[in-house]
Design a protein around this ligand. Sequence first.
Ligand code: MSP
Length: 519
Amino acid sequence: MRLNKRFFVTTPIYYVNDLPHIGHTYTTVAADVVSRWRRLMGDDVLFLTGTDEHGAKILEAAAGKKKDVREYCDEIAAGFKNAWKDMGVSYDIFIRTTDPLHEDAVRKFTGGLNEKKELNFSKYEGRYCIQCEKYLTETELSDGLCPDHKTKPVAQSEENYFFNLSKYREKLLEIIQDTCHPQHFEILPAERKNEITGKLKKGLDDISISRAEMPWGIPLPFDPGQTVYVWVDALINYISAVGYGLPGQKNLNYAFSDWWPADVHIIGKDILWFHCVIWPALLLASGLPLPKKIFAHGYFTVNGQKMSKTVGNVIRPAELIDIFGADASRFLLLAAFPFGSDGDISLDDFREKYNAYLANNIGNLISRTTNMVEKYSGGRLTVPAGWTDSNLQEIRQLFSVAAEGLESLSFEKTIRSIISMSTFCNQYIDREEPWRLASSVAPSDRQKLQKILYEVILVLKHITLLLAPLMPETSAKIWGLLDEKEEMAAVIRGMKDKPGLSLPSGAEIKKSPPLFPKQ
Ligand code: MSP
């Protein structure tokens, strides 16, 4: 019996102050692509996402809509679930911080910190930005305003519980810098790691982990007059989802000891500090293992400007789906700029890339190759005499680069390799002109034609496997044209032991319907 490798990947849980936009979609699609690829490779995957529903920001949003806050949260959480369904997102658990199981876990976690004497009660005065849901220091303000939201933070003075974060500064630095440390976790890309170590070297303040005047939150078990700070509440989702603090340490079929620590938290760079410093310190204080990896992708602007309702440039996932369909939207989001870097997104650029990569390149390849097999070979393939798969050496190399990209979250590598394979094939066809060979009666021309058809369909098979995590529906459609008895997952797993693909003589290739109509 072979025990499959477990792979636990998370997205941030998103605030329900608004319905999802393509910023949220970007992270979620990336996590979905990784999850799908790992499943295809044979791992047991747990893909966790959800919604962050407590705190001032949510209360304000509900009040703005004149809605009861619970009803409002239900509505927006359902909006997220629907958006992910429409985008083909295959999460395994969708957690909400208002789920009773999560609230129990938060009580257990904060109660534990108190028992371990990790908390102090003291007075705090500061400026709180509701949109950030955090206190801002003097140096963080620009002209007295929050630099991200351009709003004036609210002066607050309360007595709160403080977590001894400063105590963990040296230990965190050691854990992050020493790759052989038993508790080491990776922070990627490297520049994000440098950002965190640089900041840690400058010093670390304790943080308040409760609020005296926030009714919409989880009351502290040892002082119900205070509620848990929304960020601490939110971070705990990563362990409550897998049963931390629940009867039997289990949620659904997921046992805490089997699944924690997470293999990777995929986040945006805006929430790096919370994930690389506060979260690990809270876990250390609780005696729990640390996540293995934190990958922070970049932030994008839309048409050169920060995406915001005020500017009026917020793009919703449904708008992308309406124009390009879900599969192409997923592809285009990850094709826009390298994962990990900052970038810009615009519908014009998406349209251009859609036409260049999908309609004119991959789509064209699929339709012309399947068409040619039907027209010139009665819809059947013949294995050319003396053919070995070392003929496709270059394609095999591109395939492994692409597969490596899917494992290391370098989606740009994957996409680039797929496009190269497709371009390579299209150029091969243009050069060899199979239509000319088809009109010849010379046996050598007929043989050459069979060889070209066989090779391009094999390359198409490689491309289809790589497209599977990126474009699940489309790749399934293409797979269905290739007379392949095995499922994609079985074929991919088989390639681990024996790289290279084949198709038997007589394989029946169906003509493809148009997959990417020109925009
Ligand atoms: N609720 C917190 C996270 C708690 S996790 C324990 C939160 N929520 S959020 O709704 O504001 O979502 C932030 C995340 O959305 C970012 O980290 C990023 O993953 C994604 N993005 C939002 N806007 C984005 C861009 N413009 N560009 C790229 N990603 C963006 O923070």
